[in-house]
Design a binder for this molecule. Structure first.
Ligand SMILES: Nc1ncnc2c1ncn2[C@@H]1O[C@H](COP(=O)(O)OP(=O)(O)OP(=O)(O)O)[C@@H](O)[C@H]1O
Ligand SMILES: [Mg+2]
Length: 264
């Protein structure tokens, strides 16, 4: 397990994550147990990102990262800013999302101008992640980061921020037609029918109880207050919801927003 060695900088966003250099040589964007959103978002991030990767989507490498109390005591920046209060980050097991390479070398963008966005290497992954977001009922907008590997002409997209899957701390599924859609709808231009989603729907069928069970064993119990029943219910609902995804995509298609203009 990577151990956090050094604080690099605070990241933007509601979870108040911190970029940290870790013992495996990697840099991780770390979300802490006592983040202002909810403790369970750490579960959602680890479980959600592993499942998205399993569907064949490009995601950051994610890990449980250990942060020692001494590092927090020595680093005045390792605090949650809640109003005017500054509350130290909690020590122990946290969620880490690995930065793609060395932050001093590789620039990561949250958004791209349209022309570069449409040239992204893995643009079709936006269809795949819609399968994932409908399945997990991500109640936040879809978020991705973009970066260029050495010498590559085009950007690649990586799907990040699975914190609001399963409706954040609620662990329920308030489905709605527009949920999960990426704000820049032109990423769906190539969609001409349900077959655009087929590769990921097929892999979703392969996610069974055994897979979910194995993934759940990686999650530190303190991230969900040891409530095994709640976690079990969540996994059970996920299994049951797999077959609903095509209908949820059809609901999106029928919405006023018309996300898939070329699907007739
Ligand atoms: N693996 C990663 N590699 C590089 N940058 C990352 C990675 N994960 C997150 N980031 C950066 O950190 C920022 C915050 O991450 P994230 O969106 O997951 O947190 P958040 O607090 O939930 O944000 P928000 O409230 O805006 O949704 C992102 O906008 C992104 O720029
Ligand atoms: Mg975010």
């Amino acid at each position: 397990m990577p151990e956090a060695l050094e604080h690099i900088r605070r990241m933007r966003g509601g979870a108040q994550a911190h970029l940290m250099r870790c013992s495996d040589g990697g840099y991780y964007v770390v979300k802490f147990q006592n983040n202002p959103q909810h403790q369970r978002i750490l579960v959602n991030e680890l479980l959600g990102t592993r499942l998205a990767a399993r569907l064949g989507l490009r995601t950051p490498r994610v890990a449980v990262v250990h942060v020692d109390q001494r590092l927090i005591d020595l680093t005045s920046e390792l605090v949650m800013q809640i109003g005017t209060a500054r509350i130290p980050c909690r020590a122990g097991f946290q969620f880490g999302s690995r930065y793609p390479g060395d932050p001093a070398q590789i620039v990561v963008h949250d958004l791209l101008p349209e022309e570069q966005l449409l040239a992204v290497e893995n643009l079709a992954d936006f269809c795949g992640i819609l399968v994932f977001d409908k399945w997990t009922c991500n109640t936040n907008g879809r978020q991705a980061i973009f970066y260029r590997e050495d010498g590559q002409p085009h950007y690649a997209a990586m799907m990040i921020d699975q914190g609001f899957c399963f409706n954040a701390g609620e662990w329920n599924f308030p489905d709605a037609p527009l949920r999960g859609l990426y704000l820049r709808q032109r990423v769906y231009e190539q969609v001409r029918g349900m077959e655009a989603f087929e590769p990921w729907l097929a892999r979703l069928e392969q996610v069974n109880e055994r897979v979910l069970d194995a993934l759940s064993k990686e999650i530190p119990p303190e991230w969900y207050d040891g409530d095994q029943d709640a976690l079990y219910r969540l996994l059970e609902q996920l299994l049951r919801r797999r077959k609903r995804v095509p209908d949820l995509i059809l609901e999106a298609k029928k919405s006023d927003r018309q996300p898939f203009p070329n699907w007739t």
